[in-house]
Design a protein around this ligand. Sequence first.
Ligand SMILES: Cc1cc2nc3c(=O)[nH]c(=O)nc-3n(C[C@H](O)[C@H](O)[C@H](O)COP(=O)(O)OP(=O)(O)OC[C@H]3O[C@@H](n4cnc5c(N)ncnc54)[C@H](O)[C@@H]3O)c2cc1C
Length: 382
Amino acid sequence: MPQSVIILGGGIIGLSCAFESARRGMNVTLIEPSALGGQASGAAAGMLAPFSENTEQPDPFFQLCLNSHRSYPAWIKAIEEQSGMSTEWVQSGSINIFMHEADVLPIQSRLQWQNEWGAEVQLIDAAQLRKLEPMLAHSAIAGVFTPKESHVYAPKLVAALEEACRRLGVVILSHAGKIEEVAVHHSGGVSVRAETMIKKVHADRLVVCAGAWSGEYERWFGLSVPIHPIRGQICSYEHQETEVRHMIFSSQAYWVGKRNARLVCGASEDVAGFETSVTERGIGRLIRSSNQLFPFLKGKETAHRWAGLRPATRDGMPMLGQVEGMPAVIMAAGHYRNGILLSPITAHIVADLLEEKQGEPSISRFSPNRFTTIAMRGRLST
Ligand SMILES: Cc1cc2nc3c(=O)[nH]c(=O)nc-3n(C[C@H](O)[C@H](O)[C@H](O)COP(=O)(O)OP(=O)(O)OC[C@H]3O[C@@H](n4cnc5c(N)ncnc54)[C@H](O)[C@@H]3O)c2cc1C
């Protein structure tokens, strides 16, 4: 087992990997160029929805999401106990809403395979829908009710993880500036220097958790990292807890009632480079969908508008595992729309790899080497 690990990136993935590695007795240094949770992780709606996010088939990605969701109760308990802070985890259940008969017809095969995987989903009619969500518009004619899905308040989960890491002795170097030097030594070990650091940090292993910025590591590792930012614009309304009780998904948007008296409505998926501003067009679409599905929101001002950058890979699946030819380097990036959901399983997989344990057998599907050509492999940095 390595004695020391450097984690690069202080979003939910980096913090979760740091927490789990420290819990298992490793000396962890986390380096974040700017603010912890200041990017996608702080912007997320916090939905933990393995069934609603995967409606087609029980493929390896769905199974990763489901296993992560199953580990959430113990994960949250460990973080809350270690930090003494709440993550506002709410087991609300979710409802996928349908407005047209034609959308309901293909649902049977989804219900069948998801129930085989323990979802306990059911198709509900307009009357049942109204009983569960009295404020919904009458244009909603049916829904798929998934009672086991839940959500957290992502900024609080990030804050609790930070505190839990600190209490476990993780050295957190936030606002470290640009990562200027990364070296993987043939003799073993790694070293990293960021802009504001006088000295390099040395460790046995390195875990890259740089979200949408992970492509910057191509040059250090001779690895193809096709991760690009997909902007998510999102907004919230002031809200009373009884108004929207479950997570609601439509074909246009989703809504999540938070404990802090806010109803979050998200999110656009647009390509805007590393731009994190919101646009009238992006938020306007969310407002129109809100007015259509929840008439009580008509004319209500949004309380807050923001955006974040989802780290998307070319095939939509995370890059998770050891870099070929560099056993000291692990990638944990590219979680796209589901990084909050996937944070516990990612942390467990990474810690298992660090401990050289045989963990999840199916992770080869997410190998970080899957995009790399033989020509690129020749280009190592040290
Ligand atoms: C609007 C929106 C809603 C979302 N809703 C949900 C949801 O409901 N449920 C869900 O599961 N997921 C959701 N997601 C997706 C989720 O937020 C992401 O998958 C997740 O936050 C990715 O975490 P991360 O730690 O990899 O990335 P980030 O949180 O982006 O963290 C990456 C960190 O790396 C740092 N960094 C930058 N450059 C470097 C470098 N060179 N080296 C090291 N570090 C660097 C950045 O400063 C940043 O802090 C949502 C995303 C958005 C934008």
